[in-house]
Design a protein. Structure first.
Lengths: 168, 913
């Protein structure tokens, strides 16, 4: 009988101890925990600092994707108003987030570091169509660009060859 | 059997014919020697050094001239001091070849490293990426690293257009000269060349307009890198995303095998499918780029029915029941003879067979034709099937001993890939004879390039036949030739008028001798010959018979008819005078011309037109068509004829359905459905089946007018005529019906058309050699039908007579309508890339004649015949011989149709003020 009562207090002691400790749970969604540096979340299509899209519409990400989640239709750049560095850009770029398994192979395959899995993980939709993220949704705004077009791509002064030796 | 040589390649012994190159010998034992510049269809040049191997030959004792033998009794091999290029070294007896060792590998790595120093490495944006030999060989043989500084690469401005169709990226070019050699050796248009030296060395176009060749697209296939890309496919998709669907080109009678490479239900490009018996691995630019009509926005998308004077959209049920009821009404009041039907030459065999069945059985009408009733129609050509090239002939193997006679034809414009094949026969040692009224490109390689005067065609043939006739011994030989005496009578007293025919009798005797001594005789004839009177195809057939080549191996006629399936239309009886398989009919119907005049007179009440455009071909036909009670048009586009129709029924295109075509060599070939239709159209045969079934159904029969007894007799007549309800579920079943009912098509089924596939001793890694992903023919090689003469023991000479054209005093010139590859036909709709190359609406006039008339380029002249006149600007060119004016057929706003009288027409020319 006494033994039973003692066990009761032992349990309460643990409770009392944690009553004064900082809790580990966070009040999601009000509070969001930062993710790890290498977390693989929603993709972003990056730009260069001058605003040009990094993506050249090469479809290598789509070829690498084990889930067949990416759809790319290439197009030809208008030399007067290029969208990307070089002759070619992605006219259509879509990722089906329901298919994606966030493996990051697309990121590995990309020769221009255009597609990057970022830290956003809130991906829920009310209907399946909404799971297809289009180029507009994936492209970062112009002022968010980073990295200069590497000199090797600028040296011809005319139309550039993007992929080889692109900086990070 | 040619002399065989035995050699050892990497320890494997192989025997090959003498003269074989080491690289080819190695392929036979599936030993892959990597190559860039070598291509099995072209002479080797040894430019890239990728194929280096170690070669040794048995050491000879200079004194005894015997191989030196070692202690074991084996001959001693003397290795050559340096590596040799396998693509230029022919095999020799006892040769030892080493393709894999450290020395060879070192050299191969070096070649690739050097090539890559001036290569931009932009595979991700390169259209060749994924099917690129440079990528493949670098993966297999290249170094992992380079010792060169990336920033030292040569840079050229990115792609420069070589003409409208091809882009050249000079950075990517590895200077293998495959493109240059293709143009020089195979196409015979030496328009590409090298320019500059050293690192600035590059390819240029030397012609004006740039890259002026009908075969330019092939260079993009054989270029081993992405230096040449087509404007049509540029950045359309990555090659590994494409799904190649086997199909057959429907632009001309060659019937080239190709694939529609599709993605997302869209045709992205067209690639050749290897078929040595048809197109080897080539396509012409019309076939390659002219696929846009399939996906054109101008296509008809839904049935149209005329209501209140306007064509308005309707449902299929509505449109079909209107057609069925009206046809039935006419059938019951006037009988089938008041109904006519035209079905075009781009319809599949299955459609054509269903069409003639629909007319002969369901409607009880014999008025069917595959032509449009204009003055430019070709006559019905039976010789091409009766004396057609023997089944089993493969032009790509013919060479020495073969004589090719091209009579009244311009294969480059009428059937382009035949030009490549005739050139190939010439390269392999055959002889080409051209007998034409005007210059053609083949003249340059012809052993005898003879120019006759228009109108003397039958006299020329008589001059060729006469010596053969005279030399035929009087014994039993003559008895086996039916019609021999008639021919003798026809040629009695014939003497060639050298002045009027333009060719000397001696020359023709030489040609007759050459033809007579040939081992194989292949005769091509085209528009000029077909329009020169029935004696011309008959005379050509007689040439075959008299030289004992009728039905003989590798010999026969090839008739370059207009349209992909003109032969199919003739075979399957879409013509008024004969049924399927050229069966004689007791009552011939009206042909297209007669139908139009019967309509004008009000005798023809209804016309059913499928894939023909009588008004587009001859605007005057509109008058006749307006008099009809019912005009039904079954079409891809809203043609000029369709605009007048009461009911327009949209059909599916070649890419959206299945079927078969019969080409000029009478090979039946199958095309598949490449894309899902997105419009409310149906295949031709389905429409005909639906109508046929409605027309025999009780509902329609009882709704028809007329008194009761009449209806009863009619129903009985119908019952007797109509075999049963049509229950075809697919074109394959119609083909089964064809093979059961049409003797010539025996044994032709979708299974047999699938046929054997691989050729060239295919190996898994073939595209290291040939590039492109689509060469391999997985869609079947088709079946070549036997010519009638092959199976008959008695040879028949065709009725032949010599005609001399009456010269018309006040019309001293000769007008000739010529076929051009790029015309204004509906099949080039939306292929804007070819617009600049389309034939212009001009009169081609020899400069000498033009000076006589005092006209400069671009000035207008009036050309008038007994029928009418046309007015066009003049183009001064040597392509028109003196005294002849050439006007294109099938080009809008030419007015040729109201001037010509059959073939070559005497005309007067007047300079316009
Ligand atoms: S993360 Fe993986 S699954 Fe998702 S799109 Fe990229 S490659 Fe495909
Ligand atoms: S791999 Fe990179 S450059 Fe290529 S299509 Fe994908 S995102 Fe664009
Ligand atoms: S363009 Fe292509 S085919 Fe022509 S030389 Fe250069 S690499 Fe060879
Ligand atoms: S030659 Fe004739 S069949 Fe061949 S690709 Fe050209 S148009 Fe088509
Ligand atoms: S040198 Fe032999 S393939 Fe180029």
């Amino acid at each position: 009988m006494l033994k039973g009562t003692m066990a009761y207090f032992k349990g309460l002691k643990t409770t009392a101890k944690y009553l004064f400790k900082k809790p580990v749970t966070v009040e999601y969604p009000e509070v969001k925990r930062p993710v790890r540096e290498r977390f693989r979340g929603r993709h972003e299509l990056k730009r260069f600092a001058n605003g040009l899209e990094r993506c050249i519409g090469c479809s290598l990400c789509a070829a690498a994707c084990p889930a067949d989640a990416i759809y790319v239709v290439p197009g030809q750049n208008d030399p007067a108003k290029p969208r990307s560095a070089g002759e070619r850009h992605a006219a259509v770029y879509e990722i089906n987030m329901l298919r994606c398994i966030f493996c990051g192979y697309c990121e590995d395959a990309c020769p221009t570091n255009a597609i990057v899995l970022e830290h956003q993980y809130e991906l829920a939709f009310y209907d399946r169509r909404a799971s297809i993220y289009t180029q507009d949704m994936l492209l970062v705004p112009v002022d968010k660009g980073h990295g200069e077009v590497p000199p090797v791509l600028q040296q011809t002064g005319k139309q550039l060859n993007p992929p080889a030796q692109i900086d990070l | 059997m040619p002399d065989m040589v035995t050699l050892t390649i990497d320890g494997q012994t192989v025997s090959v014919p003498k003269g074989t190159l080491v690289v080819e010998a190695a392929r036979q034992v599936e030993n892959l020697i990597p190559v860039f510049c070598y291509h099995p269809k072209m002479a080797p040049v040894g430019m890239c050094r990728m194929c280096v191997v170690k070669v040794g030959t048995p050491k000879m004792d200079p004194a005894t001239r015997q191989p030196v033998v070692d202690a074991d009794g084996k001959s001693v091999i003397a290795m050559m001091p340096r590596l040799q290029t396998a693509c230029t070294t022919p095999v020799s007896e006892g040769m030892v070849v080493v393709t894999q060792d450290s020395e060879v590998e070192h050299a191969q790595r070096g070649v690739l490293e050097a090539l890559l120093t001036s290569h931009p490495l932009d595979c991700p944006v390169c259209d060749k990426g994924g099917e690129c030999p440079l990528q493949n060989l670098t993966m297999g043989w290249g170094p992992g690293k380079t010792r060169f500084d990336y920033n030292d690469k040569v840079h050229f401005e990115k792609p420069v257009p070589l003409g409208d169709l091809i882009y050249l990226d000079r950075e990517r070019c590895i200077l293998c000269a495959r493109c240059v050699r293709f143009q020089d050796e195979i196409a015979g248009d030496p328009v590409l060349g090298f320019y500059n030296r050293g690192r600035a060395w590059h390819i240029i176009s030397q012609s004006d307009p740039e890259f002026d060749s009908k075969f330019s697209g092939n260079t993009t296939d054989i270029c081993p890198v992405g230096a040449l890309t087509s404007a049509d496919f540029r950045f359309k998709a990555r090659v590994w995303e494409l799904q190649p669907i086997p199909t057959v080109c429907n632009h001309c009678s060659v019937g080239c095998n190709m694939t529609f490479d599709t993605r997302s239900n869209d045709i992205k490009r067209v690639m050749p499918r290897e078929n040595d018996a048809v197109n080897e691995i080539w396509l012409c630019d019309r076939g390659r780029f002219g696929h846009h009509f399939n996906t054109s926005k101008q296509r008809l998308t839904t049935p149209l029915v005329r209501k209140a004077g306007k064509l308005q959209e309707a449902t299929w049920e509505e449109a079909l029941s209107i057609v069925a009821q009206q046809l039935d009404g006419i059938r019951s009041t006037t009988g089938g003879k008041a109904i006519g039907g035209l079905a075009g030459t781009s319809l599949a065999n299955e459609d054509l067979y269903a069409f003639q069945r629909f007319f002969r059985e369901t409607l009880g009408s014999a008025n069917i034709d595959h032509r449009s009733g204009s003055a430019l129609d070709l006559p019905l050509d039976d010789a091409g099937a009766q004396y057609g090239i023997r089944s089993g002939t493969d032009l790509s193997t013919l060479g020495k001993g073969t004589v090719v006679l091209v009579f009244g034809a311009d294969p480059e414009e009428e059937a382009p890939v035949h030009l490549l094949r005739i050139r190939g026969i010439n390269t392999r040692g055959g002889s080409v004879i051209t007998l034409n009224g005007r210059p053609t490109k083949l003249d340059s390689i012809a052993k005898h390039a003879l120019r006759y005067k228009y109108g003397s065609e039958s006299a020329i043939l008589a001059a060729l036949l006469k010596p053969l006739l005279d030399s035929t011994p009087a014994d039993g030989k003559r008895a086996t030739l039916r019609g021999f005496n008639d021919l003798v009578a026809a040629l009695k007293g014939f003497n060639l008028d050298e002045q009027a025919s333009g060719i000397s009798a001696d020359k023709l005797n030489t040609v007759a001798e050459l033809i007579n001594s040939a081992e194989n005789l292949v005769i091509f004839y085209g528009r000029d010959a077909l329009t020169a009177g029935a004696s011309v195809p008959a005379g050509l057939a007689n040439l075959l018979v008299m030289t004992r080549k009728a039905g003989a191996t590798n010999s026969g006629l090839i008739s370059l008819l207009k349209g992909a399936n003109a032969r199919g239309a003739l075979d399957l009886g879409v013509r008024p005078d004969r049924g399927p398989n050229y069966a004689a009919l007791s009552n011939a119907g009206l042909d297209a011309k007669q139908m139009l005049s019967a309509a004008r007179e009000g005798k023809l009440k209804a016309l059913y037109v499928a894939g023909v455009d009588p008004v587009g071909d001859n605007p005057a036909a509109a008058e006749s068509l307006k008099k009809l009670g019912l005009l039904v048009v079954q079409e891809l586009f809203l043609t000029e004829t369709a605009k007048l129709a009461d009911v327009v029924l949209p059909v599916l295109s070649v890419a959206e359905r299945e079927g078969t075509y019969t080409n000029a060599e009478r090979r039946v070939q199958r095309f598949r459905q490449a894309i899902r239709p997105t419009i409310n159209a149906r295949p031709d045969w389905q429409i005909l089946q639906a109508l046929a079934n409605q027309l025999v159904s009780e509902a329609v029969l009882s709704a028809a007018g007329g008194d009761k007894s009449r209806k009863q007799t009619r129903r009985e007549e119908d019952k007797a005529r109509v075999r049963s309800e049509w229950t075809y579920a697919s074109p394959a079943e119609i083909l089964m019906d064809i093979q059961a009912n049409v003797a010539g098509y025996k044994g032709v089924s979708y299974a047999s058309l699938q046929g054997p596939t691989g050729q060239w001793g295919r190996q898994a890694n073939e595209n290291y050699y040939f590039d492109g992903t689509s060469y391999q023919n997985t869609g079947g090689l088709g079946v070549q039908l036997p010519a009638a003469v092959e199976t008959s023991s008695i040879q028949t000479l065709q009725p032949f007579s010599v005609s001399t054209p009456a010269s018309v005093a006040d019309r001293p010139w000769t007008l000739v309508g010529a076929t051009f590859l790029y015309d204004d036909g509906a099949l080039l709709t939306d292929t804007d890339l070819l617009n600049n190359r389309k034939a212009k609406a001009v009169v081609a006039l020899n400069p000498v004649d033009a000076d006589k008339l005092g006209v400069k380029n671009g000035e207008r002249v009036t050309v008038s015949s007994g029928r009418g006149s046309l007015s066009l600007p003049v183009h001064r060119t040597k392509l028109a011989p003196e005294g002849v004016v050439v006007v294109p057929v099938g080009v809008n706003n030419v007015g040729l149709v109201s001037v010509v009288e059959g073939g070559a027409t005497p005309v007067a020319i007047r300079r316009e003020a």
